[in-house]
Design a binder for this molecule. Structure first.
Ligand code: AKG
Length: 306
């Protein structure tokens, strides 16, 4: 993998950002959130006090399997119990993913504003909270609605590994999914191992950056991201729907067409579907096919057993 730092900016105009987005270049805005109350207020304890007992979906570090539709939660818990676990147990590797502030905790809306001077139009109904304990991992994926994402780090640090959408086959994208077959967990210590197993990764050109509290990252549509939580972390993302005709069509296909087909097939024909995807994945050699193919269940004999 060839990795470099994204563009790091302190002051920025919307036109400049639009250019970076159209060139599929990610941008970090340093100290972006200092203008928000959230930057001083939002700690695990503060959110615990505000969100209290709402039951929330949680995700562990295990990569999803052939049977699990995209974004299926691994557990549910009252928000305050979840935060208690993070605070009491170092390296409590559970994440709260895509918690909608607008619908579930609207009292937090007064702690920030919508930065339409940076990206627009922003979907005001979808400011999403992401929380995780140190050691949590968000596996490599691109966002299914194909929107531009402004990801604002409020508390703690996270490391991002990023690739443009068009690197999808070098990253071994799973057909009909937004995920990769590759588990990039702790990739920094495993680059040789990963590149030996998945040789096309050697050609992938991406970015690596650590977001500090108050930094924001702008990811152009379809940008691949893998995230490692270096500390307990709170972040929020806002999205700007891609309004180009191609962007709209791609977003609709992924969100409605592709996702529904994948969910249906995983539910009814998981092994056949997994193995079909293995055979459809570009650059899979025989050892990778062998690694990911699932054995068919033994067929039941029709003749009576004597
Ligand atoms: O911060 C995370 O764990 C995930 C963020 C993400 O996937 C996003 O903002 O689209």
């Amino acid at each position: 993998m060839h990795l470099k730092s994204p563009k790091i900016l302190t002051v920025v105009g919307k036109k400049q950002i639009r250019n970076y987005i159209s060139q599929q270049t990610p941008v970090v805005l340093k100290n972006f959130a200092h203008r928000w109350k959230a930057q001083n207020l939002w700690t695990p304890e503060y959110l615990q006090n505000k969100i209290k007992d709402i039951k929330v979906p949680l995700y562990n570090n295990v990569k999803s399997d052939a049977y699990t539709p995209v974004n299926t939660a691994d557990d549910y818990m009252a928000f305050s119990d979840y935060i208690q676990n993070i605070l009491q147990h170092p390296e409590h590797k559970w994440r709260l993913f895509l918690f909608n502030i607008y619908t579930q905790a609207p009292e937090l809306l007064k702690d920030f504003d919508y930065p339409t001077d940076v990206i627009s139009p922003i979907v005001k109904q979808a400011p999403m909270l992401f929380i995780g304990g140190k050691g949590s991992i968000t596996h490599m994926h691109f966002d299914i609605d194909y929107s531009t994402v402004l990801h604002v780090q409020i508390y703690g640090r996270k490391k991002f590994l990023l690739f443009p959408f068009d690197q999808q086959h070098l990253l071994y994208r799973k057909p009909f999914e937004v995920l990769s077959w590759v588990d990039f967990s702790n990739y920094a210590e495993r680059i040789n191992e990963l590149e030996t197993q998945f040789p096309k990764l050697k050609e992938a050109q991406g970015y690596e950056v650590i977001l500090e509290p108050s930094d924001a990252l702008i990811m152009p549509p379809g940008f691949w991201h893998h995230i490692e939580y270096l500390e307990n972390s709170i972040a929020m993302s806002m999205r700007s729907i891609n309004t180009t005709p191609i962007g709209i069509l791609k977003g609709l296909w992924y969100l409605i067409g592709m996702r529904n087909i994948d969910t249906f097939m995983k539910k009814h024909f998981p092994i056949y579907w997994n193995n079909y995807k293995v055979h459809q994945t570009p650059y899979f050699d025989s050892s990778l096919k062998e690694k990911f193919l699932l054995p068919n269940p033994p067929s039941k004999s029709l003749s009576p057993q004597l």
